[in-house]
Write a protein that binds this ligand. Structure first.
Ligand code: SAM
Length: 261
């Protein structure tokens, strides 16, 4: 008898999923047409340095939606990177089309190793971003902590880190679904591709998506363990009312702001 062996999800698989044409079209369309969410605009107003010469490091920039939004707000020293080559290529052509010049430096890199990348070298950033749940698309808590540690190493003391996650605790329905999932983990009947409790891996029209859904205490512990001071967090619905196009692109999430300790 042959036993079927299911490979545990890896970052290589996640990268391949983001390089898939369906995902590339989805994020490229958002970079061209959607722009910054109302909640992102509010958080950037409240927490990014006001100085437009501040150096901003954006992890998981995808096809450039957020970097372009920052550029439109006047920021002139943005470093944006992603580990999916196809998304970087789309960002590159959009930046050319929008004539951002030297205001955005785009490069290909993995957030877990960003502090050692030649493009950031000895630069000290005034802020770091990992928007639209990109951090939670890194499988394995140890790997997510590596990314947080590496981003911390790139930032000056006190610099804000802004990112979003889901929250498994945020509604009755979520809690009910995750209680059911917990029973699967107890009996070993969970999807064998998953790395940890809280993970989801699914396929729809936009391709395959990996996402880790944390609880609040998990993120607080991860920040403390990686050199960040928690500053503030809130669910998106409490920050701004998003237009339909944004709600169709992205579901509810929690915004986080931490400071480099
Ligand atoms: C949900 S998409 C968001 C893209 C873009 N920030 C936006 O809001 O449209 C998450 C992004 O994080 C990137 N990503 C995930 N893991 C990464 C890693 N370890 N290093 C760099 N980028 C990563 C993915 O390739 C993807 O582009």
């Amino acid at each position: 008898m042959f036993k079927s062996v299911v490979k545990r999800l890896s970052s290589q698989q996640v990268r391949a999923d983001f390089n898939d044409l369906r995902a590339v079209v989805h994020y490229t369309r958002a970079a061209h047409r959607l722009g910054l969410w109302a909640s992102e605009q509010q958080i950037f107003d409240d927490h990014l340095p006001r100085r437009k010469t501040a150096r901003i490091l954006e992890a998981g920039c995808g096809a450039g939606r957020v970097a372009l939004g920052l550029h439109a707000r006047g920021y002139q020293r943005i470093h944006a990177f992603d580990f999916a080559e196809e998304l970087c290529a789309q960002a590159q052509s959009l930046f050319l089309e929008r004539e951002v010049g030297s205001a955005i430096t785009l490069f290909h890199a993995d957030a877990r190793k960003i502090a050692r990348h030649p493009a950031v070298d000895s630069l000290q950033f005034d802020a770091a971003l990992f928007m639209f749940n990109g951090l939670m698309q890194i499988p394995g808590r140890r790997n997510r902590r590596s990314a947080l540690r590496s981003l911390r190493a790139c930032c000056r003391l006190g610099a804000p880190l802004i990112f979003t996650t889901h929250d498994r605790d945020h509604s009755k329905l979520e809690r009910f679904l995750w209680q059911r999932e917990a029973k699967r983990w107890v009996t070993g009947t969970q999807d064998p591709a998953l790395v940890e409790f809280g993970d989801r891996y699914f396929e729809d029209d936009l391709g395959r998506t990996f996402m880790h859904l944390p609880v609040r205490s998990e993120i607080l512990a991860d920040l403390t363990a990686t050199g960040w001071h928690h500053h503030w967090d809130a669910m998106r619905r409490t920050i701004a009312k998003e237009p339909k196009a944004v709600r169709e692109f992205s579901d509810e999430c929690r915004f986080w702001v931490a400071h480099a300790a």
